[in-house]
Design a binder for this molecule. Structure first.
Ligand SMILES: [Zn+2]
Length: 390
């Protein structure tokens, strides 16, 4: 796909729900520089949320500072069909607890069945990873699980993500069939993560704590395959290429793309890292558009590297939600230690030394497809850019 194949809006202000064409399927990917959040807008205008990226310091009803909640504040009577957490990692759960406090979805999709002692240990493990996060933003995962429990106990429908599981289906939605499949995590990966968690707990009990990195929730990340008519979207969380033939992408490759279900748009797994790229799957899908959310602004070797973006760009149009720090040129973003990205050009004029998250949270990409799978619209907001950069 070349640039001329898509209707590309110039860099805009915040993306609005009204920017998404009616009767088409749209994806809004927020990547403020640290986390990743996705809003799926279905052809009937209803909404699904996959992951969260910001934990606002104040618990206000509008969620100012969280781009997902700010968007939902304008949803009016639209249905909130689901909220999904692909995996409990600090760049994917922020804000989701408060979202569930203020909005009631029809369904919640979660991965990793964490209950009882497993949950207790996992929350302790996650808290250890929150060093350096401002106090008001801590505890996001605990808030999420508390809200999920509240949702379930009040009759809400919880779906555990699994391999090849149909999560949502509608035979005729604005003239085509809608299906949302969970692809992963593989049961072997879930088992391994829970075992690692047990090891972590045992080490703590014997006062020989393992470093938190010994558990990697990414290996048990879920992914979503959304198709509506001939339009296909793959939202991949942080699902990695498995080390084992029956894990990660190795496991899902075999069934992900049955004939007739093409994938035109991929929200690239694990911020574009090499370890999450599966050559066989990529060659089979041949996506037209790859959306990448750089992790921690791609500082200090975090993904994506230039080689990662080059690899994706050899076959697809690539967009990033925020310019990677390694770009290092005027106009590229700089980041605070917390990963709040502030365009260099606006720091001196508007900010007067105050970090203003609102500038960063606009970093987003939106894409719309009609039911034939044609990409009809691509919007780059904030510091989002096409790659290679011009
Ligand atoms: Zn991540």
């Amino acid at each position: 796909m070349s640039e001329t194949d898509v209707l590309r809006a110039p860099q805009t202000g915040p993306i609005r729900l009204d920017d998404m064409p009616e009767g088409q399927i749209s994806l809004i990917v927020f990547g403020p520089g640290r986390g990743e959040a996705i809003v799926l807008v279905l052809p009937d205008g209803s909404i699904g949320v996959v992951d969260g990226c910001r934990e606002p310091e104040k618990n206000d009803p509008v969620g100012r500072g969280d781009p997902v909640r700010e968007l939902l504040a304008t949803m009016g009577r639209r249905r909130l069909r689901f909220v999904c957490l692909t995996h409990p990692h600090a760049d994917h759960y922020p804000g989701l607890g408060r979202l569930l406090q203020w909005h009631r979805p029809e369904k919640v999709f979660v991965t990793l069945p964490l209950t009882g002692d497993y949950k207790k240990v996992f929350l302790a493990y996650s808290a250890a990873l929150e060093k350096g996060v401002p106090p008001a933003e801590k505890g996001g995962l605990e808030r999420f699980y508390a809200q999920v429990e509240r949702f379930e106990s009040s009759g809400g429908e919880i779906n555990h993500m699994d391999e090849r599981k149909l999560l949502l289906e509608e035979n005729s939605l604005c003239g085509a069939r809608l299906a949302i499949w969970s692809c992963g995590p593989a049961p072997a990966d879930v088992k391994r993560t829970l075992n690692d968690l047990l090891g972590y707990a045992q080490a703590h009990a014997t006062k020989a704590p393992l470093p938190p990195e010994t558990i990697d929730p990414n290996i048990a990340s879920g992914a979503l395959h959304v198709h509506w008519g001939d339009a296909g979207l793959l939202l991949t969380g942080d699902l990695l290429r498995g080390e084992h033939p029956l894990s990660g992408w190795n496991k899902t490759e075999s069934w992900l793309c049955p004939p007739g279900h093409p994938v035109q748009v991929i929200n690239v797994a694990h911020h574009g890292s090499e370890g999450a790229h599966h050559d066989g799957l990529w060659a089979k899908l041949q996506p037209k558009l790859a959306i990448v959310t750089p992790f921690q602004n791609a500082q200090n070797g975090q993904p994506p590297k230039r080689s990662d973006l080059d690899r994706l760009a050899s076959t697809a149009t690539v967009v990033v939600t925020t310019p990677p720090a390694w770009l290092g040129t005027a106009g590229a973003a700089s980041a605070t230690p917390l990963g709040r990205v502030i365009p260099v050009t606006s720091r001196s004029t508007a900010l007067k030394g105050i970090i203003e998250p609102a500038l960063a949270i606009n970093n987003a990409v939106a894409v719309s497809l009609d039911k034939t799978g044609a990409i009809t619209r691509l919007i780059l907001s904030g510091a989002a850019s096409l790659y290679p950069f011009t």
